[in-house]
Design a binder for this molecule. Structure first.
Ligand code: SME
Length: 150
């Protein structure tokens, strides 16, 4: 993974005139295309009134989990704790919502604005334990950049 290249591509996407949805989708595509171990990349966006996460733009196989209550699954825990979760082996955790039997690992990064949780980047991988600090750094930097879209 070439983090510099990815940051440059994300900056280009953010600078264009497309809608928020189009930009988020384009960022998903870039991440999936540029990082071999990213198999599903998507955004969940907080619906504050119902305290649930709603699936936003994504790339990869369609998922049944279009709404996730805060607190449920990896995604819901990140919404609650407001910190990145790296799950190197999804079979090891109880509070996990399986999207596909192919998924072995997952990283979820919160998007914060004015100290409030607003959305998150969710990435599933078919590889076992593929994530390093480079993934965390890359995704946390992107998360900080895209908060302006919300
Ligand atoms: N595995 C997630 C659910 C979302 S899917 O990965 C797209 C979770 O446990 O929250």
């Amino acid at each position: 993974m070439n983090n510099e290249k990815i940051h440059r591509l994300v900056d280009e996407i953010l600078a264009d005139n497309n809608s928020q949805k189009e930009k988020l989708k384009a960022i998903c595509s870039i991440l999936k295309q540029e990082v071999y171990h990213y198999d599903w990349v998507g955004f969940y966006i907080l619906d504050k009134s119902q305290n649930i996460l709603v699936l936003g733009p994504y790339v990869g196989k369609p998922t049944d989990h279009t709404k996730i209550p805060v607190g449920k699954g990896v995604c819901g825990q990140v919404a609650q704790n407001c910190s990145t979760m790296v799950v190197q082996d999804v079979s090891n955790i109880d509070n996990y919502i399986a999207c596909s039997i192919d998924v072995q690992s997952e990283i979820v990064v919160p998007i914060m604005k004015d100290n409030n949780f607003i959305a998150e980047i969710d990435i599933d991988s078919h590889a076992f334990a593929p994530f390093t600090n480079r993934d965390k750094e890359l995704l946390e930097t992107i998360s900080a950049k895209i908060k302006e879209l919300f």
